[in-house]
Design a protein around this ligand. Sequence first.
Ligand SMILES: NC(=O)c1ccc[n+]([C@@H]2O[C@H](COP(=O)([O-])OP(=O)(O)OC[C@H]3O[C@@H](n4cnc5c(N)ncnc54)[C@H](OP(=O)(O)O)[C@@H]3O)[C@@H](O)[C@H]2O)c1
Length: 383
Amino acid sequence: MSPSTPREGLQLRSTVVGDSEQSGHLELSIASVATPKPGPDDVLVRMEAAPINPSDLGLLFGPADLSAAEAGGTNESPVITAPIPAAALPGVAARIDQPMPVGNEGAGIVVEAGESDYAQSLIGRTVGIVGGATYSQFRAAPAMMVLPFPDGTTPAEAASWFVNPLTALGMVETMQLEEHNALVHTAAASNLGQMLNKICLADGIGLVNIVRRKEQEDILRGIGAKFVCNSSDDDFEVQLTDALETTGATLAFDATGGGRLAGQILSCMERALNRNAAEYSRYGSTTHKQVYLYGRLDRSETVLGADLGMAWGLGGWLLPPFLGKLGLEGTARLRERVAGEIKTTFASRYTAEISLTEALDLSTLKAYGRQATGEKYLINPSR
Ligand SMILES: NC(=O)c1ccc[n+]([C@@H]2O[C@H](COP(=O)([O-])OP(=O)(O)OC[C@H]3O[C@@H](n4cnc5c(N)ncnc54)[C@H](OP(=O)(O)O)[C@@H]3O)[C@@H](O)[C@H]2O)c1
């Protein structure tokens, strides 16, 4: 290991502590861990930027009741604790008393490399990294797995390179693979939703955006979205059916997951298809309509209506298994597009850049825990 690389670095950890068989609590803390030594084909990355995405919050907070969270520890080494409702404990039994590193993705600078030519060629480059523990000061990874960005790209610009960009691209790939012609997307003013709009505009794909607030309509129209429907409007289902008829969208990705929205989309798709049906069928349209629940922003029960026809499907959609289906070549094609368009199509904006210790400040933690539009935080573990 180079003498200039510290032998230890800080890492943010989330632990579900089992107090007894019936009770437990969450503990968030910062640990000092040994800096990994890169193998012959590996690189060592000094992490400088890692976003806090909804999927990170799932691991970070688990089922803890954050409204009752308390701050402890010291200024240099803060600790957050929060109770876990007894009913939620069995769901996290597999992680009790195991400190878990957090952070799905991020970017940093390659500071050391194994002896292979390719690993050595990456020294000094900004690279994207994925696979966990990105809220750490140092991460090692196989050189072939990191994504090098063009010169002049900062780690902050590259931080959100994988989860949202590849999911947005994966939605378009799914549309093509499953032979639909246009898409519907919910919670559409999200970071991911804005990327999807830019992809669809560039690629000439019809996209119906569903949001729940007027400000979100304005954000999307501001980046060129043609179809934006507001689920809080009285005539939401009319707006949606009109947009579905015009675009021909029969595939939706729903980030809310709970409540009536997925059912409303399927019903409106059926209505839009029946508007132009050549003849009546009591079984409804024969065109297949599909909604994938790919997030759970709304944790309530998913409720479907009774007017969906018979040709429809509702399923889950998750990025890693989808990339497995797409294969290495397909995944490499998507990664290359992200590397080339990280400052345009896949650019992300952040509310604030915070250090590991600031991430454990109680009021900051409650702010990023809200998952509100335009309020994504970026952790810089090396700050
Ligand atoms: N399945 C996968 O593989 C995969 C991969 C990547 C991302 N995702 C999912 O993609 C979604 C977007 O991620 P992101 O990082 O782009 O999010 P983000 O930028 O943090 O934005 C979250 C958005 O969701 C809205 N929202 C929150 N709760 C809502 C609710 N109950 N009903 C309707 N809208 C709600 C917020 O609007 P307000 O301001 O109105 O609250 C905000 O616009 C998340 O659900 C995430 O889990 C899934």
